[in-house]
Design a protein around this ligand. Structure first.
Ligand code: AMP
Ligand code: MG
Length: 475
């Protein structure tokens, strides 16, 4: 097998990385491979792929590394963190996807593991696996996955669990935290080398200022997309922020079920710093942490000026998404208010976020009965009926028919999202060594706008026994 493999991160000063030998997991089992294997042109047999990802087999010239980064966790400077359990294998240049780095998460201790064991458990690995692919199918920038391995090691968390490895794929692992690491430890030469590497590799043709403006704008857009689909990340620490504005490090994330601006998906986040409604402002706070690292290159006022664009960029994208979700083609002054009023009603009545928008996608103007699913489930709610009257007036300005609008809305309002209880069903099976549900759910999550009639019951409001499923940082 020949793969033209390189690891460009190794061109950076040694401060930023260390060579690492992966620790294979015990009795590895290849549970799943995505189609990225083909896209990346990896022509290994399943057995060789398993051995390679598990660190039992190496390609010629391959050298695996872990990188050093730092970060602000829950608003507090946390110092050095680094890849404590993720090992970068290197990058492949592909005709269709450009350069893509492969990294294994759960490959054992690295020099940056601190007190950790370098392992990952099946539970969190399956969650990362499913969510990565689900977000990609929702057209939200994200890291991707190549394969999932499970093993028989005993991993000590709240209970004893089994090990797993997720092979992640992304153009780059660069995080805000890599820059913070150099800046706060006064490694000026290393910081400049890192900036140059990022700029020339991922923002070619852009000046440093243009690169920052691009990062700010793309981060704002990502936040708008998260809000639009009801995704709550749960651990928006600056070390989990991607320089390429990808959704990165899936941990205790959650998709909104009952609409709630104060939804906290991470059980460990008692203050609600990373609650659903906080995400856009936290995105900006994290960008500020990144911009500080450029203080040797720009005056403070310039950095502030760049950051000041963030709220407008966010609002612009968010309003665009709002119009799409409401099926509005024309741009009217009152659209944002209409959207905000609906969210207020949804929050007040605790309506299922995904279900409401999917139902609304079948709404016929001035025909309350077309929302029968909602009334059946929630009863005749006057607040929503009042809102629909205003929506009717707004729809009267549009020229498309109910049918046309419905078709369009069903391409932006998914029928299925990865609710925690669904992930839990898949996890329970994978923990028993089975992959049936993993396969069928991946199939649905790859096409979440399709009907999938056999799974219809999963598209309704979350059954009460499955609500308030608690997920913590433990992984
Ligand atoms: P996270 O909260 O998962 O984003 O992790 C924060 C930091 O801790 C990252 O740098 C991880 O690499 C590291 N980390 C998390 N879990 C472990 C573990 N079990 N062993 C070693 N390092 C870990
Ligand atoms: Mg992380």
């Amino acid at each position: 097998m020949t793969i033209n493999f390189e690891n460009s991160f190794k061109t950076l000063p040694k401060f930023l990385w260390e060579e690492v030998k992966p620790t294979p997991i015990l009795n590895p089992k290849l549970i799943h491979i995505t189609k990225l294997k083909n896209d990346l042109g990896i022509n290994l047999s399943d057995e060789d792929l398993k051995l390679w990802l598990n660190g039992e087999k190496f390609l010629e010239g391959e050298q695996r590394i872990a990188t050093r980064y730092a970060g602000h966790q829950f608003g507090v400077w946390a110092g050095q963190l680094g890849d404590g359990r993720a090992i970068s294998m290197g990058e492949i240049n592909t005709p269709n996807l450009g350069r893509q780095e492969i990294q294994t998460k759960g490959s054992g201790k690295t020099p940056f593991s601190r007190m950790g064991d370098g392992k990952a458990v099946i539970r969190s690995s399956v969650r990362e696996y499913l969510a990565s692919e689900a977000m990609a199918a929702l057209s939200i920038p994200t890291t991707r996955v190549l394969a999932l391995l499970t093993g028989d090691d005993k991993v000590y968390r709240e209970t004893i669990e089994k090990s797993a490895i997720v092979a992640r794929v992304f153009p780059s692992n660069l995080r805000f935290g890599h820059f913070e690491m150099c800046f706060h430890f006064k490694k000026t030469t290393e910081l400049d080398a890192l900036i140059h590497y990022a700029q020339s590799t991922f923002f070619p043709g852009m000046s440093m200022e243009e690169m920052l403006a691009d990062i700010i704008s793309k981060t704002a857009k990502l936040m708008a997309q998260w809000q639009g689909v009801g995704f709550c990340h749960g651990v928006m620490n600056s070390d989990n922020m991607s320089l390429l504005s990808l959704t990165l490090d899936y941990g205790p994330y959650g998709f909104l079920e009952d609409t709630d601006f104060n939804y906290i998906c991470n059980h460990t986040d008692q203050q609600g710093r990373y609650a659903y409604g906080q995400q856009p402002s936290i995105g900006m706070w994290n960008l500020e942490r990144l911009l500080i690292c450029f203080m040797n290159h720009f005056p403070k006022e310039k950095l502030q000026e760049l950051l000041n664009v963030y709220p407008q960029e966010f609002e612009k994208e968010y309003l665009k998404i709002a119009r799409l979700k409401l099926g509005l083609e024309l741009k009217q002054e009152q659209d944002y208010q209409l959207w905000a009023n609906l969210l207020k009603v949804m929050d007040q009545l605790k309506l299922d976020y995904t279900y409401l928008f999917r139902q609304l996608s079948s709404y016929q103007k001035s025909n309350k009965e077309s929302l029968q699913g909602i009334w059946d489930y929630y009863g005749n709610r006057q607040e929503l009926i009042d809102w629909l009257k205003i929506y009717d007036e707004r729809l009267n300005l549009e020229s498309i028919s109910d049918e046309e609008r419905s078709l369009l809305m069903k391409t932006v309002n998914p029928k299925y999202v990865l609710k925690n209880y669904i992930a839990q069903e898949v996890i329970a099976e994978v923990e028993e060594g089975k992959d049936l549900k993993l396969n069928s759910w991946l199939n649905i999550l790859y096409s979440p706008f399709e009907e999938h009639p056999d799974f219809h019951s999963y598209s309704g409001p979350t059954p009460s026994e499955h609500k308030h499923y608690e997920v913590s940082c433990s992984s």
